[in-house]
Write a protein that binds this ligand. Structure first.
Ligand SMILES: [Fe+2]
Ligand SMILES: [Fe+2]
Length: 202
């Protein structure tokens, strides 16, 4: 179990729903960086601090964000859907669609930020698109996370047996061992940017 000083300890593999919820907090904080810089650095070059924070956030979504989707799509969602309560999990279709929409938006955000970093500035049209797309991502994730944490996860917690929870935790572990040495739990590379090198919002 990873420990963060002054913060609630990360959930462990014995609590995969807790791990997913922890990951949502990281998603929110890295997404905040992408939204904040798109807004505050409009019309100028990013500072070195902003560039570093943006690159850390983009990397988080490439690795931790994609793994979070795999945790849900391959380990969590299929179990309730196969159960007798399958009809109660229609929300999952909408959540899967959100994952696809978010991936598409992340692709645009990545392309525009890379252009900004490499060219030093961003044309007005691209700047407007980046602002718009980061705000769309923010709205998407807000509603998506709310549905997962308030409806789907609590229902799964009631429905899944302890054996199923254990199996999901083991799949999460295997996914982290396979994908990257800097696993989600206790990882510095994918930890939320609570100390991101960004100046405080003005
Ligand atoms: Fe999700
Ligand atoms: Fe999620």
């Amino acid at each position: 179990m990873g420990i963060q000083i002054g913060a609630k300890p990360d959930s462990g593999f014995d609590d995969p729903l807790g791990m997913l919820t922890d990951c949502h907090r990281r998603i929110e904080r890295f997404l905040d960086v992408l939204c904040l810089v798109a807004d505050r650095a409009t019309g100028r070059a990013m500072t070195d601090e902003e560039t570093a924070a943006v690159q850390a956030s983009l990397q988080y979504f490439r690795v931790g964000g994609q793994r979070h989707n795999a945790d849900e799509e391959e380990s969590l969602f299929p179990r309730p859907r196969e159960s007798s309560a399958r009809d109660k999990f229609n929300e999952i279709h909408a959540l899967l669609s959100d994952h696809q929409d978010a991936n598409h938006l992340h692709g645009t955000v990545e392309k525009l930020y890379e252009k900004w970093v490499s060219a030093g500035t961003l044309e007005l049209k691209d700047q407007g698109e980046l602002l718009s797309v980061t705000q769309r991502l923010k709205r998407l994730y807000t509603e998506h996370i709310q549905m997962e944490e308030q409806v789907v996860f609590p229902r799964a917690a009631k429905l899944l047996t302890s054996d199923a929870i254990h199996a999901i935790g083991q799949e999460f572990r295997a996914r982290r061992e396979l994908s990257s040495p800097d696993a989600e739990l206790g990882s510095t590379a994918s930890s939320a940017p609570s100390s991101a090198p960004l100046p405080a919002p003005s």
